[in-house]
Design a protein around this ligand. Sequence first.
Ligand code: R5P
Length: 295
Amino acid sequence: EEVTFANGEIKSVINDSVRGKDVYVVQLIDDPHSNKSVNDNIMSLLTAINAAYNSDAARITAVIPQFPYSRQERKKGREAISAKIVCNAIEGAGANRVITLDIHSEAIEGFFNKAKLENLHAGRAVISYVMDNIQIKDLMVVAPDVGSAGRGKYFAHRMGVDLAIIDKTRDYVQSSEISGMRLVGSVKDKDVFIPDDMIATGGTLLSALKLIKENGARDIHIAVSLPFFNGDAVDKFDKAYKEGLFKCVFGTDAVFWGDKFQKEHPWYKEITIAELFGNVIYSLNQRRSVSSLML
Ligand code: R5P
């Protein structure tokens, strides 16, 4: 139970005994169906973990499919390394383990001192769904930036097709606007599949779509693990779809949009990764290996 004070502070209370139990605290951080901010949800997570810690749980696992501040794992100039602050806070609250999905930077695994990070991958569920739904003949995978080249390589290998890469430059000093994009590889007369970790504002993928189309590609499909669609991103994708820039965005239900959204936006298909999380939690609880679930 979460109690909110008049000044906005919250208090998390566990109404049953958890002494000696294996506790899993599940928290969505960026939830399109809630008015709560990312920062509010982080506080809910931390207070729930600490309530379990103070209640003498044997082991506490934070289940956060959307790892917050994961794009701030290093600094350029006078900036906070905010991902590190989040890791310290989760660990300090009392968590022994964190389960997340396709974390933006794997370097964050090293930000914990004692807690273990299980970084699950949506790739297997996404590939099996996508291969049933799109033509693989004459297909290329395109990684939308150098940071996602490793993911692109994995998808290209598993799908048995070639890989091209976009060299993206962001103007990090003044804003985070994209200031340049260059395609390395040829997509002429090819269908294209773009895998990425997330859609936030959509800036990366919408710019990539234009560039790939200008280079003579045919149909373009996109898949992301974390389809946040922040700000007016949904409107931008509606517009790009009407302009014929892409065929479909596949997104996992780690950011749950549901049936109504899919009916209103025929370009969006939701893929569930609930079974993956369920199997991993079961394996951890039973002290079984989880690596075979993540290949
Ligand atoms: C970039 O490094 C990430 O992999 C994503 O492509 C990016 O963070 C998505 O953000 P946006 O949708 O705002 O371009």
